[in-house]
Write a protein that binds this ligand. Structure first.
Ligand SMILES: Nc1nc2c(c(=O)[nH]1)N[C@H]1C(S)=C(S)[C@@H](COP(=O)(O)OP(=O)(O)OC[C@H]3O[C@@H](n4cnc5c(=O)[nH]c(N)nc54)[C@H](O)[C@@H]3O)O[C@H]1N2
Ligand SMILES: Nc1nc2c(c(=O)[nH]1)N[C@H]1C(S)=C(S)[C@@H](COP(=O)(O)OP(=O)(O)OC[C@H]3O[C@@H](n4cnc5c(=O)[nH]c(N)nc54)[C@H](O)[C@@H]3O)O[C@H]1N2
Ligand code: SF4
Ligand SMILES: [Mo]
Length: 736
């Protein structure tokens, strides 16, 4: 059985597993770099960058070219596993046995308690998996399953919520027009490591270098990151961006560096917004964020007087206690300074397939059995999942599905979640590996790696600075018995449908057909949402699936973004940007009321490395052998705690403690410490387990996230740090 769905193969193109050079693209991150894969005897043997890809033009990073390390990893799951004992104890079973038992148990639960008894968690790699995207959410919707959770609440729901308030839709997220911008402010992003997020720019370091050559790039970050080191760095305390942004915006207002008439023409709520932030002068901001008032005024002047400038922010702005406010303020800076919707400014992308037109984007409170709870585009706060499973009563969650996720390493509330997972009647995960989370599942189903599936860069389409689109067929047949989620959920839907309709009188389920999920069909349909004409050698042609298949390197849809269209993409009925909404007043009041960190406390924040990806890819020796999870601490903070380089220290918060080695470095701002997430492995990935490190999310309080956006609080956590013993044997110290 192959995980790939049947598809027509364009003339001359190679089918899955055929020997030769296949043209495809990487689906590890949002850059979607073009790749060329050599296949011999049905096996992929080499991955190189594709020079003819119009977007990446021969760029690919080591995570893309080393992908065979996980595709053919001996620890990879290649057949369904069924739990036989404690966590991590499994036996292989056939697909038929697995699907028949899963559907029978799910049908029983749904018959007894309805869809309220089922929940789902989607992890980050799902974002790059078209088959999974077209199957899982529609599957859940079809069966009325609405308790949805995702890694999105750890990285993006604050951004979605801000867009909903400002522009009337959670699915329009502005991006900086890098190719034409002369000044770029970067808040809480490290594109030289992450390769860009909510921003698809496969050659991003070139784009950034070009901006810096034309003008300036200023990076506001508590750590001197790779990006900060290459351009100008402004160190600020974690989770204080709201103060800084209000300081800059007020400096722009005070110095009248804005065009009031233009602003009144495109926004509503300007005076309320000015009133709401008025108290936070650069002097007030400076007290909280650690950036001097004069410097804040200089930034305001430089930004407002550079005609083509943009302020971009990413996950460092999405994980604080006031993440919705911060994201709104980031946009407000762009809008007030006249950078919204202009060439070289802060603009909406030109998605070749405009999913914003089809998806519901409600953000607000939704009724749950615990009362009204924040819900962002269908997603609930992560901590609610443990409550749903553990709290008795009608509507208790008994079954959980999870695709491409590892929540015990990536989300807060680790201990409680671990208990919750073990109380489930049915927990089914699909993954490439047995990880720290799915080792608690009843079934782990082997998913396909990106070389084994058809795809388009679906989420990238909205955020491309130079719009391109590409289709890839599977390069190889499925490894072992791996299956695409589209295949898995089509089969599960068919079986469940049959079981639920077998006793019609007793079921709420009244559908007449089971849904079927097929990637090519879905792509063809999606291409009709916003019909697009592209230039080809034969002249202009309508973009169809056949045309995509005939152009395996990808198609350049447009040279640049149509920035002027941004205003027309606003979804509020009056087409205005709502600069002010009640949330702003509430959050500023909450910000003022917040207790400052205690004298002894430090603020913990995270980092990502170029060579690894969240909690996975740690099983590929080539990627992980240089990785040393260590706690970075400023020399002054180390000195007051008698902490030296390599010492083992304990980092604790009210929710937990970890023991990790320390690195004393002025790269982190005074008063803070930095440690990567995604470590502390004990799954079925042996190399990853040997990397050591600790699960930093044990320190995160699941209840402490942003009130409006359901997002987790993972950056700026207050912790105590103390020395346990001196670092004599640094290698031993790597273990938790
Ligand atoms: N403290 C702290 N916590 C964080 C972060 C942080 O910066 N600091 N970052 C957060 C962010 S931004 C994110 S997105 C989350 C990530 O959180 P999650 O999405 O929950 O976890 P990942 O580490 O991405 O784990 C992905 C899993 O998917 C599997 N996988 C990979 N490819 C495929 C595939 O093609 N198919 C299937 N079926 N499975 C696949 C991997 O083997 C792995 O087990 O973590 C968040 N947690
Ligand atoms: N190599 C690699 N690439 C990745 C990933 C990976 O794990 N590895 N993960 C992918 C995922 S899931 C995502 S979401 C993207 C994320 O993409 P980015 O957001 O570009 O990635 P990060 O490196 O997490 O950058 C966040 C920055 O915010 C800073 N920061 C933390 N707290 C604060 C704060 O309070 N204020 C400010 N101003 N800055 C703060 C951190 O120091 C860090 O430098 O990257 C993606 N790409
Ligand atoms: S930058 Fe991202 S998309 Fe490009 S090769 Fe690396 S992991 Fe793959
Ligand atoms: Mo993420």
């Amino acid at each position: 059985m192959t995980g790939k769905e049947p598809s027509g193969v364009a003339e001359g193109a190679l089918g899955p597993g055929e020997d030769g050079r296949h043209i495809t693209f990487c689906r590890n991150c949002e850059a979607f770099c073009g790749l060329e894969v050599e296949v011999k005897n049905g096996r992929a043997v080499k991955i190189l960058p594709d020079r003819q890809n119009p977007g990446s033009r021969g760029h690919a990073c080591i995570k893309g070219t080393a992908a065979l390390g996980f595709v053919y990893d001996e620890d990879r799951l290649t057949q369904p596993l069924r739990r036989t004992g404690g966590p991590g104890e499994f036996e292989p079973v056939s697909w038929d046995e697995a699907m028949s038992d899963i559907s029978a148990r799910l049908a029983t639960i749904m018959r007894e308690d309805g869809p309220d008894a089922v929940a789902n968690y989607i992890g980050n790699p799902a974002a790059f998996n078209t088959g999974l995207q077209i199957a899982v959410s529609p599957f859940l919707d079809h069966f009325g399953i609405w308790k949805k959770f995702s890694s999105n609440t750890q990285d993006a729901t604050a951004r979605l919520a801000a867009s909903f308030l400002l522009y009337g839709t959670a699915y329009r997220l502005p991006i900086p027009d890098l190719p034409r911008c002369d000044m770029l402010f970067i808040f809480g992003a490290n594109p030289l490591a992450s390769h860009g997020s909510i921003l698809t720019a496969p050659r991003i370091s070139e784009d950034l270098d070009a901006i810096s050559k034309r003008g300036r790039i200023i990076v506001f970050d508590p750590r001197r990151t790779e990006t900060a080191a290459r351009y100008e760095h402004v160190a600020l305390s974690p989770d204080t961006d709201a103060w800084l942004l209000m300081g800059i915006i007020n400096a722009i207002f005070d110095a009248r560096l804005f065009n009031e008439e233009q602003l009144l023409g495109m926004t509503s709520g300007l005076s309320e917004f000015r009133r709401a932030i008025a108290g936070v002068t650069p002097e007030v901001a400076a007290r909280f964020c650690g950036v001097q008032a004069a410097t804040i005024r200089d930034f305001a002047l430089a930004f407002a007087t550079t005609p083509r400038a943009a302020a971009y922010g990413r996950v460092g702005l999405c994980r604080g206690r006031h993440a919705t406010l911060v994201n709104m303020l980031l946009d407000a800076l762009n809008i007030v300074a006249g950078k919204f919707g202009i060439e070289g400014g802060w603009v909406f992308g030109d998605p070749t397939i405009d999913m914003a037109k089809t998806r519901p984007s409600f953000v607000g409170l939704r009724d749950t059995r615990f009362g009204p709870k924040p819900c962002v585009a269908g997603l609930f706060q992560f901590s609610q999942l443990a409550d749903e499973i553990l709290e008795p009563g009608k509507g208790r969650v008994r079954a959980l599905f999870m695709q491409a996720g590892n929540m015990l390493l990536s989300a807060p509330g680790v201990k409680r979640m671990e208990v919750a997972l073990e109380t489930l009647d049915l927990f089914v995960a699909s993954d490439l590996y047995m990880n720290e989370t799915n080792r608690h599942a009843h079934y782990i189903l082997p998913g396909c790696s990106f070389l084994e599936r058809q795809d388009i860069p679906l989420i990238g389409l909205s955020f491309m600075i130079r719009p391109t689109i590409q289709y890839t067929d599977a390069v190889i047949s499925s490894v072992g018995e791996a299956r695409n989620e589209s295949v898995i959920y089509t089969e599960l839907a068919a079986r469940l449908h049959k079981l639920l309709t077998a006793e019609p009188g007793r079921s709420l389920y009244r559908e007449t057909h089971a849904p079927r999920f097929e990637t090519d069909e879905s792509i063809a349909r999606m291409l009709q949402i916003t019909p697009t004409t592209v230039e080809t050698e034969e002249g202009p042609q309508l973009l169809t699936l056949d045309l995509l298949k005939a152009n395996p390197h990808g198609i350049q849809v447009a040279g640049n973004l149509r920035c002027v269209d941004s205003l027309s993409k606003i979804n509020h009925p009056d087409k205005r940007i709502y600069l002010w909404s009640e949330v702003i007043d509430q959050e500023i009041a909450r910000l003022h009321a917040a207790e400052p960190p205690g004298q002894e406390e430090l603020r913990l924040f995270g980092l990502r490395r170029y060579q690894t990806m969240n909690s996975w890819m740690h099983n590929v020796d080539r990627l992980v052998r240089t990785q040393r999870p260590i706690l970075m601490i400023h020399p002054d903070d180390a000195a007051t705690r008698a902490i030296g380089e390599g010492d083992l220290v304990e980092v604790s918060s009210p929710t937990g403690a970890i023991r990790v080695p320390a690195k004393v470095t002025a790269d982190v701002v005074r008063g803070s410490v930095c440690y990567p997430h995604g470590f502390g492995h004990n799954g079925g990935w042996r190399r990853a387990n040997a990397v050591g490190g600790a699960n930093v999310n044990k320190l995160a309080d699941p209840e402490a996230g942003d009130m409006f956006s359901a997002s987790a609080h993972l950056d700026g956590i207050e912790v105590s740090v103390r020395r346990i013993y001196p670092g004599l044997t640094p290698v031993r110290l790597l273990a938790d």
